[in-house]
Write a protein that binds this ligand. Structure first.
Ligand code: ADP
Ligand code: MG
Length: 394
């Protein structure tokens, strides 16, 4: 789960990570009250969407920049905010459709001595948290990694021990900070690691982290992703979820405990098991089709879950055909069959449907489908089923 910058910054504040003074507003009526909370003078207006690259983004009406530093102070900030709110911002990370801005964050502008990059994430190769830092802040880190990898420093953390003092010191030396900055940066690193650990985050990224002429170290931006699997431990963090930022189909799927990700093809897949779901998408591609989604109903799905899955698939207007690919290990194929039949009867099935059932109770499942009167094609193998659905959709 991702959260907005202003929410991430509230967490930063709680953990003692220095941030610019700021306040959010969700409507134009809230602008004055929010602006009143920041100091007079130059201020910054920031579109709140779950995507980076806002500063260099463009709104669909042509207005440039989802983050604006306003030299004209609060009056200008209010004008700019009115142009951003409700407008759709396209950045390198949003895709061409962009994201509608529904919250504006007003902050003070800070004097910047130098910009840095700082992140903590989970390194899958070493199974450890890793701190990634660079002297090249404010730029795309992918570009720095490609062009000047020597300017990126990594520290791998033993999760049993936590961030060691020598590691924090080593990092601030490598970043070339002066003694006053080092002291503040080490304090910030410790707080950041504590937050990463306690919130079960999968990533915290600060780009840019800045130093100021007096030695202060401040997080100007904040991107936080939380591990969905740990959210049950954090009701306070679950409350930060913004459903406006999520695909409605994915919201429905998460309510039914299904792993669903919408894609841009036209062949919907209903599969049990993430590995089989991946290979089903691969085989559809292999035979020249395009998957409309990743959908794993899990190892022990109920009829209700299968129905929910089927409904989600059928509400996607891009879907032109459906491939059900089930390998019953724990999963009872007949349960899937009953779910498919019930959902198709309830919603009405006007699309080609290919079903491949294999394994546990497959014969009963096939009989349920055959007796239902539903118009469907059965596939004998994965390859056969994939070829059939690709052909039907074409
Ligand atoms: P994004 O990464 O989505 O473009 P940022 O929050 O990093 O958004 O803001 C973009 C740029 O705006 C920053 O790199 C920085 O140069 C400038 N900026 C943001 N906040 C401030 C601030 N409080 N004071 C001065 N400049 C800022
Ligand atoms: Mg940024």
């Amino acid at each position: 789960m991702n959260i907005h910058e202003y929410q991430a910054k509230a967490l930063f504040e709680k953990y003692g990570i220095a941030i610019p003074k700021g306040a959010p507003a969700k409507s134009a009526a809230e602008f004055d009250a929010a602006i009143a909370q920041i100091p007079d003078g130059v201020c910054v207006v920031k579109s709140q969407i779950h995507a980076g690259g806002r500063g260099k983004g463009t709104f669909t009406d042509g207005f440039q920049g989802g983050v604006k530093v306003c030299k004209g102070g609060k009056a200008e900030a209010k004008e700019i905010a009115a142009k951003m709110l409700g407008n759709t911002l396209v950045t390198k990370q949003t895709g061409p459709a962009g994201r509608k801005v529904q919250t504006i964050y007003f902050t003070e502008a800070n004097q910047i001595k130098k910009e840095y990059y700082l992140a903590i994430l989970l390194d899958r190769a070493s199974s450890r948290p890793v701190i990634v830092a660079s002297t090249e802040g404010g730029m795309e880190i992918e570009k720095v990694a490609e062009e000047t990898p020597e300017k990126i420093f990594k520290i791998f953390i033993d999760p049993g021990y936590g961030l060691a003092d020598f590691q924090a010191r080593e990092l601030v030396f490598k970043l070339g900070l002066n003694p006053a900055e080092q002291k503040n940066a080490i304090k910030l690193l410790r707080a950041l690691y504590t937050m990463f650990w306690e919130t079960d985050a999968s990533m915290i990224e600060i780009n840019p982290l800045i130093t100021q002429p007096d030695g202060a170290v401040l997080a100007l931006d904040a991107k936080v992703s939380l591990d969905d699997n740990a959210l049950y431990r954090h009701p306070d963090l679950v409350a930060l979820r913004d459903l406006n930022e999520e695909d409605p189909k994915e919201i429905e799927a998460s309510k039914a405990n299904l792993s669903y990700i919408a894609l841009d093809g036209n062949i919907a897949c209903l599969v049990n098991g993430a590995g089989l779901a991946m290979s089903t998408m691969d085989i559809i591609k292999h035979y020249g089709g395009n998957p409309a989604n990743f959908l794993d109903v899990g190892g022990g799905a109920s009829k209700e879950q299968v129905m929910a899955a089927f409904k989600i698939i059928l509400t996607d207007p891009n879907v032109k055909g459906i491939l059900v690919n089930i390998f019953g290990g724990i999963m009872d194929c007949d349960v899937i069959a009953h779910g498919v039949v019930a959902a198709a009867k309830e919603i009405g099935l006007g699309l080609p449907l290919v079903v491949r059932l294999e394994g546990n109770n497959a014969a009963a499942g096939k009989k349920t489908l055959a007796d239902s009167g539903l118009k469907l094609v059965s596939g004998d193998s994965m390859a056969d089923a994939a070829q059939k659905i690709v052909k039907l959709v074409a």
